[in-house]
Design a protein around this ligand. Structure first.
Ligand code: NAI
Length: 342
């Protein structure tokens, strides 16, 4: 009897308060480069999201099998596969979010910038198609070098007359994930609680973890700051070397990108409390793009959070100044790549 009277009450309330309604699976997500090392586990993780109604998988090869395989998971989203440029437009129509992990990864001894020549063209071509087919979607760029591929995407979107800086994101979530993990390990903290903002860019010294802003508040010795900062900056290379030629981070990257996609969809869904670090157009510094914490909303970036850059330690202030010339050069390289072809 108790249950019978309780259930209708909840249902009646749900009709009037959005918050109590179970979230519907309504968002459409495309992954471009879906058959790759990141693309496959990322597709699996997004397939598990209750917010996704359709998941479109695009690659230049090998995506049919990935789609057939994933489509057997009994979660709500419908999987469709698209192979090659002739199917790209159909893949993109109606998408709310497009995630781009297409392109070549690093091998030992390579920097992210060494990937520029191949990946710049791939990102340019894919973003042109996004501009033509779903210009209103959130665009998540994973392909490296992110410090240049995001400016490339911005230039392409500008040329197409559809650039919305609030909806273009360089995915730097993995830097935050790594920073959280390493800090929790070092300081013996409960992982779930630790949150370290990481600002700047996504390569070498441009990755700047703001350890002084770690939440919950923790104190580090100078040696710990030095050691943790270097480890976070080189964590990608740690994986590249361990994989010894077989690629770079794919599983942790897929985990990080899935978190960023889920955050974006929650923001689209009206959750007013979504914050992530991302490499976005920014006025926080004199550089046109900069990674920092941003508040996500229905329209994309709702606010770039400036508080993290206030009251930096001497170490962080120096590191911030030191990263600017490299980040500036990478941004300009991306912009020039598109402009010289125009
Ligand atoms: P992968 O080589 O395993 O997969 C790349 C996929 O892209 C392949 O399936 C390939 O067929 C596809 N592809 C190539 N050209 C394409 C095109 N024109 N259109 C659509 N798909 C295309 O590489 P992996 O390991 O998945 O890495 C992908 C990218 O992600 C690399 O550029 C890597 O540097 C970057 N990355 C970024 C990270 C970040 O934190 N933002 C972290 C780790 C990797």
């Amino acid at each position: 009897a108790l249950q019978a009277s309780f259930v209708p009450k909840i249902k009646a309330r749900q009709r009037f308060t959005n918050k109590l309604q179970p979230r519907a699976s309504t968002y459409k997500v495309a992954i471009l480069g879906a058959a790759g090392g990141i693309g496959q586990p990322l597709a699996l993780l997004i397939k598990m999201s209750p917010l996704v109604s359709a998941l479109h998988l695009y690659d230049i090869a090998n995506v049919k099998g990935v789609a057939a395989d994933l489509s057997h998971c009994n979660t709500p989203s419908q999987i469709l596969d698209f192979t090659g440029p002739s199917q790209l437009a159909n893949c993109l129509k109606g998408m709310d979010a497009v995630v781009i992990p297409a392109g070549v990864p690093r091998k030992p001894g390579m920097t992210r910038d060494d990937l520029f020549n191949i990946n710049a063209n791939i990102v340019k071509t894919l973003v042109e198609a996004v501009a033509d087919n779903c210009p209103d979607a959130f665009i998540h760029i994973i392909s490296n070098p992110v410090n240049s591929t995001v400016p490339i995407a911005a230039e392409v979107l500008k040329q197409k007359g559809v650039y919305n800086p609030k909806k273009l994101f360089g995915v730097t979530t993995l830097d935050v994930v790594r920073a959280n993990t390493f800090v929790a390990e070092k300081k013996n903290l409960k992982l779930i609680d630790v949150d370290v903002p990481v600002v700047g860019g996504h390569a070498g010294i441009t990755i700047l973890p703001l350890l002084s802003k770690t939440r919950p508040s923790v104190t580090f010795t100078d040696e710990e700051v030095e050691e943790l900062t270097v480890r976070i900056q080189n964590a990608g290379t740690e994986v590249v070397e361990a994989k010894a030629g077989a690629g770079s981070a794919t599983l942790s990257m897929a985990y990080a990108a899935a978190r960023f996609v889920e955050s974006s969809l929650r923001a689209l869904d009206g959750d007013g409390d979504v914050y992530e670090c991302s490499f976005v157009q920014s006025e926080l510094t004199e550089l046109p793009f900069f990674a920092s914490r941003v508040k996500l909303g229905k329209k994309g970036v709702e606010a770039v959070i400036s508080a993290d850059l206030q009251g930096l330690t001497e170490f962080e202030t120096k590191a911030l100044e030191a990263l600017k010339p490299e980040l500036k050069a990478s941004i300009e390289k991306g912009v020039a790549f598109v402009q010289k072809q125009a």
